[in-house]
Each structure stands twice: as C-alpha cells, then as structure tokens.
Design a binder for this molecule. Sequence first.
Ligand code: HEM
Length: 257
Amino acid sequence: MVNEYIRYRVPQERAGGFEAAYERAAEVLRMAPQCVDYELSRCLDDPACYVLRIRWTSTDEHLRGFRGGSLFAKFFAEIKPYVADIEEMRHYTNTAVAGPGAAAAPAAPTLHEWAGGTDAFVQLCDAFYRLVRADELLAPMFVRMDPEHPRYVALWLAEVFGGPTSYTEERGGYRHMLGKHLGRAINEAQRRRWVNLMLDAADEVGLPDDPEFRAAFASYLEWGTRLALQNSRPDADPTHDAPVPRWGWGIAPPYQG
Ligand code: HEM
C-alpha cells in the first residue's frame, strides 16, 4: 500500500469548481481496482491549500495499472484544469509511527484474549477430542491421529482468533491444515457432529458464554467446517496458499460502555 499526496493551491474563486471536479473524479476512483481509498482536505488556516491523499495498492499499480488503464482518461479530464495548481505530487510509504490517540474508540479485545488465551483453546481441544474418541460418527476418522493433534488444533484456533501465530510457525499455516483435510470425504452428518461436539466442549471447559463471544465462535465453526467439508471432497481443487483466517467479533463486539 502506498499513499499519494497531492498538494494544491487553488485561488478562492476557483475553489468551488475544484471541489466539484474532484467529486466527479472520485466516481472514477471508486471504480478503480488499484485505489484503496481517497480523501481531499482543505486547509482551515489557508483555504487556498488542499491536500489530496489517495491510497493505492502499490506505486506500480497506480502508475501502470491506473494511469495506463481505461478509467484514467475520464479521471484526468475532470482534474486537468487544476494540474497547474499542483505544488507537490509524490508517493509516500507508511513508517512504524502510527497509532490511535486517547480520543479514539478503544480497540475491542481479540476473541483469543476474551476466551482466556491459548491455554483456554488447549483445554477446549483436549475436551473436544475426548468427546470425538467416544463418538461413533467421528472416532473412525481420528483413529490414527497424532497424540499432539489436539494441541495443534488449539494453536490453529488461537491464531485464528487473534492470538500468536504459533500454528503458522510450528506447523506451516494454512497449507498444512488444508493438506490434512484433503481427500477425507467428510459428510454433512460428520461436519455437524464436529460443530456440536465443539460447542459441548466449550460448555464443558467453561469458555465465556456471553452471546457476543459464542456468536463469533459458532460462526467460525460453521464457516470452517463447511470449508473443511468442501475441501475434503475427492474432486476438490482448493487454493493451497491462503492466509490463516483471522476471525473477529463480526457485528457485535462486547459492549464496553
Ligand atoms: C472449523 C473447522 C475445522 C478446523 C479449524 C480444523 C482444524 C484442523 C487442523 C488445524 C488440522 C491439522 C492439525 C495438524 O497440524 O496436524 C486438522 C486435521 C484434521 N481434521 Fe480438521 N478442522 C476443522 C474441521 C474438521 C471436520 C469437520 C472434520 C471431520 C468431521 C475434520 C477432520 C480432520 C482430520 C481427520 C484431521 C487429520 C487428523 C490426523 O492428523 O490424523 N476437521 N483439522
């Protein structure tokens, strides 16, 4: 990601036309796949000064992709009358200096923190695989599992829910997890049992039972198991190099009023 900053000095009598031109040009930015977002600010102390910030996916995507693409002509036609008013037009990269101030909304804890950290997921998976071993639908699938398997799945869940990236470092991330499901031909009854036993295990070990946490937890289980089922079909051809998903609160973070 790269920030393009364009500083303009536009005389008062042309300011209205300038802002209107950028409102029209912004329609093009909204359609451009290389544009992340944009923002035009006007200086309060010196109203002739404007700063336009456009975040691009990369400098190359901006210069070659956008400027060389089919949308550029319409964009440029709108802003052309103001090119002579440009005082600076350059790309900037972010530094490590960035962060919220005290007035910003407090960040919600991660699901990993809320659950009680990685230990909570280790306990969850120990309980879950105890249930699995005693379950007639699932036990046959796991007869040859590594004794460390419950811990690996716990590390996976901890990473997904915003904890440390230990699964990626120890086990090889998404690609490794996917490889373990390929060709397993998981059926719907087994998938549903997997979800049910996870929810039973969550109760057994006392994972937080507030509606917000359980809704987020259950939504991941639904998503993840449906994906595992699809990827386990004998004819599946999934992407092997996806990132480990990072699951958040969705639309209902804890109320911290
Ligand atoms: C949210 C859903 C799921 C998650 C997060 C998950 C996670 C994982 C992970 C991380 C591994 C690899 C552990 C390692 O590094 O060795 C694994 C393996 C495995 N998973 Fe899943 N899984 C899910 C759903 C399912 C379902 C629905 C089934 C079957 C009903 C299933 C069956 C298996 C089996 C049989 C293995 C291989 C066990 C072995 O090593 O023998 N998984 N899973």
